[in-house]
Write a protein that binds this ligand. Structure first.
Ligand code: IMP
Ligand code: MG
Length: 180
């Protein structure tokens, strides 16, 4: 128990400090509040990674919103190229005629988001935009355009602020890159 923290600290490096995240989240929230003025969009967070971002983002909005969550599992990298994504927890609120904003932690291959976007559009959302904290655009396999994006990152495996590595590090207040 005792030494684990020290070992962990050597394995990661802060990439985006807390203050920079806070500032960027506020900027995105202002943009969304402005774009959706006079409406009450439904924010759909993709579990589990998006919850910290979603919690901070929605509290920085000046418009009313509804919230719901969805969880998707994508198969391992080899099978992922076939675009096989499975919804393991669905939303519970009706989306027919609703402006929907998908909230994602990080977009990598794009397969998960592309699948969910199509699914929700087919169910009759009035509009569907995507808001992601981090965009790893260079690794994209399936084209998905992000309407709101916090940061663009070229490489590295990121943890913290909701992002995990084998379910660890989600509670770090900053975004770190794992070394090795
Ligand atoms: P994709 O866009 O379908 O490849 O899947 C993106 C999902 O993979 C994200 O929602 C994360 O759960 C996970 N992911 C991708 N890159 C990272 C990373 O650097 N750190 C932690 N999770 C990641
Ligand atoms: Mg995720």
């Amino acid at each position: 128990m005792g030494g684990k923290g020290k070992v962990d600290a050597l394995k990661r490096e802060v990439l985006i400090p807390e203050a920079a995240i806070r500032k960027r989240v506020r900027e995105i929230a202002d943009q969304i509040s402005n774009d959706y003025k006079g409406t009450e969009p439904l924010l759909v967070g993709i579990l589990k990674g998006s919850i910290i971002f979603m919690a901070d983002l929605m509290r920085a909005l000046s418009i009313p919103v509804q919230m719901d969550f969805m969880r998707a599992a994508s198969y391992g990298s080899k099978m992922a190229s076939s675009g096989t994504v499975r919804v393991t927890k669905d939303i519970e609120l009706p989306i027919q005629g609703k402006p929907v904003i998908l909230i994602e932690d990080i977009v990598d291959s794009g397969l998960t988001l592309a699948y969910i976007k199509e699914l929700l559009e087919d169910r009759g959302a009035a509009s569907l935009k995507i808001c992601a904290l981090i965009d790893k655009r260079e690794r994209r396999e399936q084209d998905v355009s992000l309407d709101y994006c916090g940061f663009q990152i070229k490489e590295g495996f990121l943890v913290g602020y909701g992002l995990d590595c084998n379910e660890e590090y989600r509670n770090l207040p900053e975004i770190c890159v794992l070394k090795e």
